[in-house]
Every structure is written in structure tokens, then in C-alpha cells.
Design a protein around this ligand. Structure first.
Ligand code: TXA
Ligand code: MG
Length: 318
């Protein structure tokens, strides 16, 4: 079996420079020894990931993170102490221990302590950090279950550490602390409200990679079907004749003109919508639809990150 809960086996593969998928509270990661350049190269190849897009290093605790950084500022420490383990990635000046291939040549490194028992146990037994992007082919929907990884990267991984369904369901929030200012680089599983309650007002510079490679990664998290955001009822009428699926939020949609409909959260809970969004986009995609109709959800809490993912899933592919 390629999936299971054998931490010793996962460790054995990782120590040998192989790829292992790991569960986290956000999404599954495609992990390799972050100090081993050849192993990290396998991640880029397996995902078909552009070489300019850096990876996150996963460690067991703040103590393991410190040597990977040159400066761990006071504000960064406050965030780490408050939110690790958890869905927060900190971008900090990198130390010489971190290979350039991990940071794609940047002088900063992204680090996080994931909040998942199996993976924390694994990290504690390792003598190296785990470089891990989300375990999906570059540009496709992120995996929130072990089987999602096997479906798409089953050939590339030696083993999937099976930690069940991800409890948060959407990637970590990426935060850069520079000159004592806090910048949000990616909306994610830790809400802006929670971060600002601790460090005050933040500035948002969403997805730096886009400015570094214009247009390249605007489309992301994309199913094969075309995603269209807007009033669902009127779009059903507009696109009649196509094979339509609906991804709604807190509303039942009934129509003879649609193939299927799934609700992100019938009770209107943005956390539940985050937990469901990737698995539901996958379910809809399995129906071989022409179009997925959806609407933005309330822009608060994890709703912001859900809306960000919807927008990218709907973006034109280059
Ligand atoms: O929740 C998560 O963060 C998951 C789990 C597996 O931990 N990982 C994840 O990795 O989402 P990935 O590779 O799919 O997304 C990492 C993001 C990319 O957008 C990358 O550009 C950004 O982190 N990133 C990595 N290093 C960076 C750096 N030094 N400066 C700015 N952005 C960075
Ligand atoms: Mg990803």
C-alpha cells in the first residue's frame, strides 16, 4: 500500500532523498528533505512547478525554525508563539543553511509549523526540515485527502502519510515581517482578523510571485471545467445548454438545467466553506462538466481566502 500511518517508513524514504506526501491541517504537502538539493529538485519535477516559485520549509517548532533564519524579529516571534503550530507561514531573511533551490534564489525563506499530530511526530524525528508545496500538479486543485494525492501524484510519491481529511482545508496564510511591518502575501487558513488582533494593522501584497512573473500564476486551483463567478440563478439561464454544475453557499439551488449542485456550507459558515472548497471542486470536476457556476461568499474570516481561491479557479488560463 502506498498510503498509511507508518512514520518510520516515511522517515526512511525522506532520509533517502525520496518524496513523501504529508498531511497538514491546511492541505497535503509533497515533502522532501529541505537540505538535500537533489530531493528538492524532485518536488519541482513531480509538480511541474516553475523554478521561480519558492517552497515552504516545515519544522517541528520555533526552536527548529530559528537556525534557518538570519533574523527572527520580535514581531515574527510574537506571531510564531501565538499561531504555531498552525496555518501561518512566516517569510524571514534566510540563513546559509537553506539551499537556494528551496527559496528559488530569494534571500528570504518561508517557514511554518503545521498543526497535525502525525506530521509533527514525523518532524520531531527528522534532522532536517521538510520542503513541501501543496501535493497537486502545479495549477490544479489542492489535495485535502490522501486519495487526492494518490489520484494525481501516485506515481511520483513513494508514500502518502494518511492523516485523514484536512481540518482547515485551505493553504496557510503567508506573512512577511520586514522593518517591523507585517505584510500579507497570501490569504489563507489563519484569518486577517486573528493576525491583526495580535500585531495591529497589516498591509496586503497578495502573491508576490505574480509581480515577479506577470500573469503566470493568476490561474491556480483550477478544475478542468470553466468556473464562472456571479449570480447563480441568472447564470443558469444564460448558460443553458451547457453541462452545468453549481457550487453554492448557504442556498439550495434547484433547476432542471443543471447536472449537480453542492453547497459549501448550508449553514453559512465560512470556516466550513474553507474546509470543503477543494474537495467539492474536485467532486464537481469528476462529473466532466462544461461549467461550474459559483458566487463569492462573505468576505470575512476565512471567507477572504475562499474568495481568493474562487477567483483564481475562475481566472483565464494562459
Ligand atoms: O498550507 C500550506 O502552506 C501548504 C502546506 C503543505 O503547508 N503549502 C503550500 O505550499 O501551500 P505551496 O508551495 O503550494 O505555496 C507556497 C507559497 C507559494 O505561493 C510561494 O510563492 C510562497 O509560498 N513562498 C515560498 N517562499 C517564499 C518566499 N521566500 N517569499 C515569498 N513567498 C514565498
Ligand atoms: Mg499550492
Amino acid at each position: 500500500m502506498k498510503k498509511g500511518t507508518d512514520i518510520a517508513l516515511a522517515k526512511q524514504f525522506l532520509a533517502a532523498g525520496e518524496l513523501v506526501a504529508i498531511p497538514t491541517e491546511t492541505v497535503y504537502g509533497l515533502a522532501a528533505n529541505g537540505f538535500n538539493t537533489d530531493a528538492v529538485l524532485k518536488i519541482y519535477k513531480a509538480k511541474n512547478r516553475p523554478a521561480f516559485n519558492p517552497l515552504i520549509l516545515h519544522v517541528a517548532d520555533v526552536e527548529a525554525a530559528a537556525p534557518l533564519t538570519k533574523i527572527f524579529s520580535e514581531k515574527a516571534k510574537i506571531l510564531a508563539q501565538k499561531f504555531w503550530p498552525g496555518p501561518l507561514t512566516l517569510v524571514l531573511p534566510k540563513s546559509d543553511l537553506v539551499p537556494d533551490i528551496v527559496t528559488a534564489g530569494n534571500d528570504t525563506v518561508a517557514i511554518r509549523v503545521p498543526n497535525h499530530d502525525l506530521t509533527l511526530e514525523l518532524l520531531k524525528t527528522l534532522h532536517f526540515p521538510l520542503a513541501a508545496p501543496s501535493a497537486n500538479p502545479s495549477g490544479y486543485i489542492s489535495p485535502t485527502e490522501a486519495d487526492h494525492v494518490l489520484q494525481q501524484l501516485g506515481e511520483e510519491v513513494q508514500y502518502v502519510l494518511d492523516g485523514g481529511k484536512c481540518s482547515v482545508g485551505i493553504e496557510s496564510t503567508i506573512v512577511k515581517v520586514a522593518d517591523d511591518k507585517v505584510f500579507i502575501l497570501r490569504l489563507g487558513g489563519l484569518s486577517l482578523e486573528k493576525i491583526e488582533a495580535v500585531v495591529g494593522k497589516t498591509e496586503t501584497i497578495i502573491n508576490t510571485e505574480i509581480t515577479e512573473a506577470p500573469g503566470m500564476l493568476v490561474s491556480h486551483y483550477a478544475p478542468k471545467a470553466k468556473v464562472i463567478i456571479g449570480n447563480i440563478a441568472s447564470n443558469i439561464a444564460k448558460y443553458r445548454g451547457n453541462k452545468i454544475g453549481v457550487l453554492s453557499f448557504a442556498k439550495g439551488i434547484l433547476s432542471d438545467d443543471i447536472v449537480c449542485t453542492i453547497d459549501l456550507s448550508p449553514k453559512g459558515d465560512t470556516d466550513e466553506a474553507a474546509r470543503n472548497i477543494f474537495a467539492y471542486l474536485r467532486k464537481l470536476d469528476e462529473r466532466h462538466l462544461d461549467i461550474i457556476l459559483t458566487e463569492f461568499i462573505p468576505n470575512e474570516g476565512l471567507g477572504r481566502a475562499v474568495n481568493d481561491r474562487l477567483q483564481r479557479a475562475a481566472a483565464e488560463r494562459s
